[in-house]
Design a protein around this ligand. Structure first.
Ligand code: RIB
Ligand code: CA
Length: 310
């Protein structure tokens, strides 16, 4: 029996690779994909998800979600992934039709239909998840687990000195999710920065696979690669969403996880979006999330290459 996954995404160049991993995995049935504004404006994220689904030959439904954060103006990451979010390499990213139904309502319906077995994976801001929880709080305990690509366990941010982009876009949504009682598992950008960097040699190896999925995976990181070179100073381009979804599918991607109490900053203009992780338990609060604190690059690469085979 395949596992039931619902994926929420702000589809840009790393999200697209995460979708390929899930859509092409033999053990996973992606029963829904919700799109949220984040990396790119909503409609662009929808088109990018539809393009990626078509590349995979999948019929997984794709639903339109929130165009704005709960309480703020949208701040995108087109400076990281390109204006179209997919490396600005001239892909035909227009004119595809999403499925009828809102991402919020379809997530709620799926939580009830697959009570106790639905695995939710979030790859973007948590706006859709927060709206679904506010509409039907009962889904918190019906969803088996929620794997979140977000935050940073070492508090070294990628959009401010202390905040990771997905959490920073909509901190109010993070607060709703952290207080919901859902079984939360965080895979932070620290994991991507340390264990999911694709070096030039590895990028050449992927390209040498010479499959449509491998070529696409490398080509669409064109703008991200420049951002990593000039801003985050990584030894290649990193793939946060793909390592998060790889962990969601195969927990042996992680070689250390910790149970911690997490809180999010929503007020300070300096640390807004920072998810503070109480590593020492000094707040004496009940832990509300599992956090991956170390991972296996080799296990991740093996899963990535499997997904990119013809
Ligand atoms: O901080 C990395 C996250 O922000 C990834 O999900 C990336 O796609 C962007 O959404
Ligand atoms: Ca993303």
């Amino acid at each position: 029996m395949k596992r039931k996954f619902f994926i929420d995404t702000d589809t840009a160049s790393d999200d697209a690779v995460a979708l390929i991993i899930a859509l092409r995995h033999r053990d996973v049935d992606v029963i829904g994909i919700g799109v949220v504004a984040g990396n790119v404006p909503l409609e662009m994220g929808v088109q990018n998800a539809l393009y990626t689904r078509e590349l995979c030959g999948s019929s997984a439904p794709i639903y339109v979600g929130a165009a704005q954060p709960l309480a703020r103006e949208l701040r995108t990451a087109q400076f990281v992934h390109g204006n179209d979010g997919m490396g600005d390499i001239g892909l035909d990213l227009v004119g595809r039709q999403p499925n009828a139904g809102s991402a919020i309502d379809e997530l709620i319906k799926s939580a009830h239909e697959f009570e106790g077995v639905l695995e939710l994976v979030t790859l973007g801001p948590l706006t859709n998840i927060a709206l679904a929880l506010q509409k039907d709080p009962s889904i918190a305990k019906k969803i088996k687990r929620c794997v979140v690509m977000g935050a940073v366990a070492d508090h070294i941010g990628n959009v401010t000195p202390v905040a990771e982009f997905n959490m920073w876009v909509d901190p109010e949504a993070v607060e709703v999710v952290l207080q919901s009682g859902m079984n939360l598992e965080f895979v932070g950008w620290d994991i991507s920065r340390k264990f999911a960097v694709i070096t030039p040699a590895e990028s050449a190896m992927l390209r040498a696979m010479d499959t449509p999925f491998a070529t696409f995976t490398v080509d669409i990181q064109r703008v991200l690669e420049k951002f990593c070179e000039n801003e985050t100073h990584l030894a290649g381009f990193d793939l946060p969403d793909p390592i998060a979804i790889a962990y969601a599918i195969n927990s042996s991607v992680a070689d250390e996880v910790r149970n911690m109490h997490l809180v999010v900053e929503t007020k300070s203009p300096i640390t807004e979006g920072m998810v503070v992780m109480d590593a020492l338990g000094i707040m004496h609060q009940t832990p509300n999330a599992l956090v991956v604190t170390s991972a296996r690059h080799d296990v991740f690469m093996s899963m990535l290459m499997d997904a990119l085979e013809a």
